[in-house]
Design a protein around this ligand. Structure first.
Ligand code: NI
Length: 177
């Protein structure tokens, strides 16, 4: 089911989320279906459970096709990631443009660790352990930030590089979110 996406300003977006304690449940399955439907409807690169009002450590990201909101972005594998832990693999950071379904119509430049290891669990509780770089690493860091109550504007350092998508990227097809 497509759920309402909470927007910046809603207090629960700034709260830390709780760990999932039971895997393979009907409730978790339904949450994942709702996240998928909501992300696909909004053309998101990823979505976190708090964005639909569920403060649990669950994110999904990635796609099998190019995303119209990020037409030039490299592909990221379709992933369900639960109770994630991110470990930076170098001190090097990279600036890149980000948007967020909870901050519609805006983009900003955010520094992220260039290379990370991320671990966690899939829907059934099977462990996930991956190394990611570049855009893939950025998406994981952005989505997991939602679980710690962080939204990307809180990480923008140069406010001259934060603004309306329609102004910054007038040629983007999908510039109204
Ligand atoms: Ni977001």
């Amino acid at each position: 089911m497509i759920r309402r996406i909470l927007k910046m300003g809603e207090p629960s977006l700034f709260e830390p989320s709780k760990k999932v304690e039971r895997f393979g449940t009907a409730q978790l399955h339904e949450l994942l279906l709702d996240l998928r439907d909501t992300m696909m409807d909004a053309n998101g690169a990823g979505i976190a459970a708090p964005q639909i009002g569920v403060n649990l450590q669950v994110v999904i990201f990635g796609a099998d096709e190019v995303n119209p909101r990020y037409p030039d972005a490299p592909m990221v594998p379709r992933t369900v990631l639960i109770n994630p832990v991110i470990t930076p693999l170098s001190d090097e950071t990279e600036d890149g443009w980000e948007g967020c379904l909870s901050v519609p119509g805006m983009r900003g430049v955010v520094p992220r660790h260039l290379k990370i290891r991320y671990t966690g669990f899939d829907e059934k509780g099977q462990p996930i352990d991956r190394v990611a770089e570049g855009f893939h690493a950025r998406v994981v860091q952005h989505e997991c930030d939602h679980l710690w109550g962080m939204l990307f504007p809180m990480r923008v350092r140069d406010m001259s590089k934060f603004g309306y998508t329609s102004v910054l990227f007038p040629d983007l097809d999908d510039n109204d979110d």
